[in-house]
Design a binder for this molecule. Sequence first.
Ligand code: TTJ
Length: 641
Amino acid sequence: MANNTYDAASITVLEGLEAVRKRPGMYIGSVSTRGLNHLVYEILDNSVDEHLAGYCNEIHVTLNADGSATVTDNGRGIPVGMHAKGISAERLVFTVLHAGGKFDNNAYKTSGGLHGVGSSVVNALSEWLTVRIKTGGNIYEDSYERGKPTTKLVNGLLESKGRTRESGTSISFMPDAEIFEKIRFKEEDIKIRLHETAYLNPGLTIYFKDDRVPDSEEIVFHEPEGIVGYIKDMNKTAETLHDVIFFKGENEKIEIEVALQFVNEFHENVMGFCNNIYTLEGGTHITGFKTAFTTIINKYARELGILKEKDANFNGTEVRNGMTAVVSIKHTDPRFEGQTKTKLDNPDASNAVSKVTTDELTRYFDRNLEVLKTVIGCAEKAAKLRKAEEKAKTNMLTKQKYSFDSNGKLANCESKDASLCEIFIVEGDSAGGSAKMARNRMYQAILPIRGKILNVEKASIDKVLANAEIKTMINAFGCGFSEGYGNDFDISKLRYDKIVIMADADVDGAHISTLLLTLFFRFMPELIYEGHVYIAMPPLYKVVPNKKGEEGEYLYDDRALEKYRKEHKGGFTLQRYKGLGEMDAEQLWETTLDPERRMMKRVSIEDAKHAAEITELLMGLEVPPRRVFIYENAQNAELDV
Ligand code: TTJ
């Protein structure tokens, strides 16, 4: 550290990382589990970039027993030499904001929005971080604590720790408990992300291991079929109507790949990616694809005489009825906008995707007339339903606009100030009855629902809207719904700030929550985007110590019970709640309704998406595995407060 230039550089650097620690949300979105997992993706993206540059084909992701994570690749290794600023390249990567990708000329590096904000952000938000690099025949190691280097340099550089013939980079880091609400990575989400990455990079093999679980097995994600394999897997349990259609092309330096397939169902699932980043909110690439697709299908439908001169065109929703599609593009300078910075904003992407789609699909349909007819058939089916559905909708919305308690079931709250109001959707009439008595009737509305609500993945819109429970719900919320014909959803009309799903912690409860989340995800996703949907977490146990003078308490999971057992050797009585129905009004208030004491989990868009995927999966399975699946997931559902 004799070098003044280096000292000066290091001071500005540390100020930068201090800013990250002060406002982590600005760099990684949030400090919830979502933000926590983001750290892994942030590091992983560097290795994927090295793959895209053509130098890496294997990545290992390990969740270590001590709670840290390790990402290892077999790329060239981060450069360890001196960078122009008088600081080593590797130090620069981990201590300077936005330094990622400075040394390579990889055109498709992930950048923009929350993505690629860099390893320095992860470093700043880690209690410790260790870098191991094999490059140029040597092994190097560098370490940091909360962003600050702890390894001694010699003449400003790392010393070799040994020789090797291999090359690659390995990063281990422990997320900082001072920053994050919880520091347990959610392996389910990470696995989904790794699998997605494997589909988008067919030449890459990703190994995942969760060493927090004893004897856990390594999972290998390798998808040589790429996005075609992705479509096949998504449609695994559906009735597919033709082979997967795949095309790719390039336009104005934008690389485009599309895979699509129609299934015999009444919804569409079009997913977009830009430079391997999933664009949850869509954007220009998706618009370009959809516009082109609608034009092509209408053109063919007229040529084939399926649409007559007097007929109106099929609309976009109709031509995509039953479609599963992945649109993946590579752009040298992606821009992301939107609520969650997941909406592609580059205007040139729209033209490029539209052009390639038009050229390639025309070529395909000219040669595959049967597939074309099948695809147009899906649009016709949708169009036929349209009239009936529009009618059903008008009837429903006009007749019942002001009598939103269509079943006499909703016990509404008195306040009309939506920012203060909450609605609890309660499983079962008996729990619903107690909840009605227990609630704060000024601000809390109760809507009991019976049995299983209709599965919205499977049913067509008119059936969904005919369902009494769903009708009541839509009417109660007050903002309409948003799939199918015309987007009538208006979140500004929402009557409740919080929509709380209250179901038992058992198989049926898990199923009801899953179905409700699927319903919201498909028809009212903004409720979830804007954070209005919650899941109530009623306690599993009540314990009262035998020792006089000590108060009883509620326990919310088995871990808490174990802890309680250890701390109360003097004995206690234990009451286990099998369901909400077992609680009386007062208990329900104390544990689940009272804003001061209750526990609730806010539903993220990933949770809802996951629910929709489970629903889709469940529909294709026979009864026995389905029960096993729901039960396992009901058991695994962790407490998240
Ligand atoms: C950059 O250009 C010269 C050769 O090495 C290139 C490079 O930086 N490769 C690279 C970086 N491979 N892997 C990484 C990397 C891997 C992880 C897990 C984390 C980070 C921050 C970088």
